[in-house]
Design a protein around this ligand. Structure first.
Ligand code: TRP
Length: 369
């Protein structure tokens, strides 16, 4: 018998740079092709994606993922969002603020245009049957495959925490998230590509071993965001820990303050030059995304007026863009019962789907007694 875990058919992502970029270019191409099919025939697609509830969403999340989710939902794709609460404890020892973070995410989704009648929102911890898929799925991957996931490695290094069993295996858990509702498209950032890859492997191996005649799981395709990456206000990666992120739910005043104190350079003329002027360019990119213009165009308009004028422009652009979102969010904050109801309803639906899928899995494996 061929042990597939030793002879995986697909190219593995390794430390060799070339291979990574080849793999990435191929993934981008497939993603574009999948998106084209999805736009032509949205009702044939089930989308699942999600976030870990470690804090509030910022503008980078909005342009990088939330906007696309809303667009897919409105196209008529069957859309599903996981709030990955168990993923929080992959690399930290506390669940402090988790309740607030989960409800805050639901509020941000709803304020951004996610419609709970069309999109199912659920959490790991409320759907036992989804988690139970972990057991058969873990049997389909080898330790070596888990160990060579580059994202797990870098997350472990970044956390300064020992590699927990959950961090090592969370890509398999992510496969449970994706496959329990038989999603065939998964919008993600580049760092999550290895997780979609392992999900495909798991789906294929499960079908091959247990369900040759009637495959239980689809092999889902990754959809990579085509939005330009929005840098933090200081030109570094947008991250809560750098304090350089514009939160969707912040007030207009907080946003103005944050932009005001963001670093720039001493050159008066404003130009878009991400390599040599990352900070000024980050401000221009932010303004451009919020106004639907190009950063070059915004730079031209500011011209010799300097960084002060640029910051005023950015503040106005961001606050005007986010005003309707913030208004809807403020209304939701006053109605926490409604927000909870949305989540409870999503969890209820997720349980029904997960129970059905787990039944099919039991059936395929002959575990119906
Ligand atoms: N791993 C993702 C992240 O950290 C979150 C996530 C959990 C996810 N389960 C998922 C994304 C399933 C897509 C599909 O951002």
């Amino acid at each position: 018998m061929v042990d597939e875990s030793q002879t995986a058919a697909e190219p593995q992502v390794t430390a060799a740079g070339n291979e990574i970029s080849d793999t990435f270019a191929a993934a981008q191409k497939r993603s574009a092709e999948t998106l084209e099919k999805l736009r032509a025939n949205p009702s044939k697609f089930t989308m699942l994606t999600g976030d870990r509830p470690t804090g509030r969403l910022h503008l980078g999340h909005y342009f990088g993922s939330i906007k696309e989710r809303v667009a897919m939902q409105n196209l008529g794709v069957n859309t599903n969002i996981i709030i990955a609460d168990y993923q929080v404890i992959t690399d930290r020892d506390t669940t402090e603020h988790i309740g607030d973070n989960v409800l805050g995410l639901v509020m941000d989704y709803l304020a951004a245009g996610i419609d709970p009648n069309k999109t199912m929102i659920y959490t790991h911890s409320a759907v036992p049957a989804e988690n139970q898929l972990m057991l058969p799925f873990l049997s389909l991957v080898s330790e070596a495959e888990l160990e060579r996931n580059p994202t797990v490695k870098s997350e472990m290094e970044a956390s300064g925490h020992a590699l927990t069993g959950l961090l090592l295996t969370y890509p398999v858990h992510q496969a449970c998230d994706i496959l329990f509702c038989k999603a065939n498209v998964v919008p993600i950032g580049k760092d999550n590509l290895p997780h979609v890859q392992i999900t495909r492997t798991i789906a294929r191996r499960f079908n091959n071993r247990y369900a040759k005649k009637h495959p239980v799981f689809p092999e889902p395709e990754a959809i990579l965001s085509d939005a330009p990456e929005i840098p933090g206000l200081d030109g570094r990666k947008m991250s809560k820990s750098y304090g350089n992120s514009i939160m969707l739910g912040a007030t207009a005043e907080e946003t103005a303050k944050l932009i005001k104190k963001s670093p720039t350079d001493s050159e008066r003329r404003i130009t878009f030059d991400p390599v040599n002027r990352p900070q000024v360019s980050a401000l221009l990119t932010t303004a451009a995304l919020c106004t639907g213009r190009t950063p070059q165009d915004v730079a031209e308009e500011i011209g010799d007026a300097g960084a002060g004028a640029l910051k005023q422009f950015v503040t106005k652009a961001v606050n005007e863009f986010l005003a309707p979102h913030r208004e809807r969010r403020a209304a939701l904050e006053k109605d926490p019962d409604y927000v909870r109801d949305v989540l409870h309803d999503g969890n209820k639906r997720a349980n029904e789907i997960a129970n059905r899928t787990l039944d099919e899995v039991r059936e395929a494996m002959g575990m119906k007694y």
